[in-house]
Design a protein. Structure first.
Lengths: 129, 129, 129, 129, 129, 129
């Protein structure tokens, strides 16, 4: 099974990505996700560049994006992702009250998604255009 | 299979819920989801009261909540929910640029959730407290 | 893409399975699922024999089994499976009141499953043995 | 990350919910799920009232409801939920033989749900009404 | 809701991506997925470049990659993806016998994934290193 | 909760399955999955016979089948299955470069599956036949 690759043991291609992550996020070290992905430098580089792009502020601010990332991770039951994006969302300004409401929305969405499918509800004409 | 129940054919208990939905949302008629749920008046009432509560503005505004609802529905592949909450999010102010970024975040979250699980990444000590 | 294989066009190996399905279920024709699986006679035979075994009355009666099958299919969002096992559950005695309660349980389970994961709830010692 | 809230440290609103859970279930303490949800008293109260309602005996008995809850939790891969609802189902009368058959049904449903989707099986006319 | 964007109506940035897709895949037109993604040119470009990279032959050949893509799409129940990657896998050499075996593996994996979770099976020491 | 059943404590029916697993796979002991399934001898026997059948070399070789099994297990987030089928795939010849590309494909498939659903992309006529 792949082992994490630390900066000291990393190739220069991997170090370049690690350096950019640390500079962009202003952190002292990269988190485990990147150390494991470093086993496949092409995927490491592509994934980091995509994440950097997608998570940059744009039409949506960083806090909203991190909360959406957390919501999807909760819905998929990915423990690591819930921990890391929970931390990122809090760093971006998510209060505990916001977290509570976020979880309530995620819970309701999962409940009603299944009710809709169980009752086989057809799409309303008003929603098609 | 359950058929939708229209206002005209509904019991007074169902009509009371339909009336509250229409008044709260300022719409002329309820959408199909509620007409199907009306087959089970207890679930109709409980679901509506929960949704009304959870989706009211609070620490998170309505637009953020609708975008999170949409993100979860997309991640679960619920076609009806994507159509109805896509419409609700747009009504609450989601621009097409915001939709595009939302989908990009949902896509990345689904991708990295699986990379994390495939590489069996352990949670960093920094994320535990 | 695979096309459905009707009895008239089926090989004798496929016909043998179709005959057993029709005799076991007392139906005039097999449903589409089996006609598509007939493209792969080994999977057709193995799946039918497994289903016949697993769905036979035992410690759980047929109605309970069909409702569990339906609950899982709803939770997975499989439209065909919801239609076919919804019909099978009704044939086995599921009333509309039972269906309503079943959907309510499926909805709550999906909601609380995600709340548990979002709050990262550790298993109570009382549940380990 | 939210920490569990014990009875001693809980607000009176949270204690009222904890008291009702303990009285309804005849248990000495609430399980971890509720102690974590207590971080958001509104969600705690709404979730408990919904669960109490939905899981009460009705057209379906408590054992059937707990087995369905367990089946969905297994299908969603929620470890905590499998442990807690596995315990609840056993307390409600699920024997190990029943558990074995339940898992067999859940397994088959997950298998055939995917076969149906992979073969793109269209819904039979007989299932539409 | 976003509408598909055809080549004739596309911006030059979108056309550049469409041209690369058509040249790389030797097709006369791009499929609907790209016409919808064209509503968000940044996501269109990033997704196409990622796909082109990831799906190129490397340690795994194109046929294996397309079958894995199809297997994941079936497991996620994405109808469009099953249709499009089913077609791509067949174009890359997947016979109907291979498709049958692929579906059988996907089905078994989904079945045993849930059995493992339901029985709460701990990882064997032999699998950790 | 079911406990694992070791060979020494197993019934002769369970031992017969364990013996066949050990002989077929040329291993000294069965892994935990089978020891837990042994609580339900009928499911143990049926699951083993299905797996033996489905995973035997045919139109697809064993390595491809194990990689597909791993891909589905990653997509479903089943930790045990990722560990055990990761080991099986490596034993069948999966190099770390192949693993890296496999994960990249699984990641992309999960990303684009959701983009497709979010944009509500209709199936192209060319994919229907």
């Amino acid at each position: 099974m792949p082992q994490p690759i630390d900066y000291a043991a990393a190739s220069s291609a991997v170090r370049a990505v690690f350096d950019d992550i640390k500079a962009t996020r202003k952190v002292a070290d990269v988190n485990n996700f990147w150390k494991y992905l470093a086993n496949d430098p092409a995927t490491l580089k592509r994934t980091w560049e995509s994440i950097k792009d997608v998570m940059a502020p744009g039409a949506l601010d960083v806090l909203t994006k991190e909360m959406v990332y957390l919501a999807v991770s909760v819905s998929n039951g990915c423990g690591y992702c819930i921990a890391s994006h929970g931390a990122a969302a809090r760093k971006a300004g998510m209060s505990e009250a916001m977290f509570g409401e976020l979880m309530a929305v995620v819970g309701m969405a999962n409940e009603t998604n299944r009710l809709v499918q169980g009752y086989r509800v057809p799409v309303d004409a008003a929603y098609e255009w």
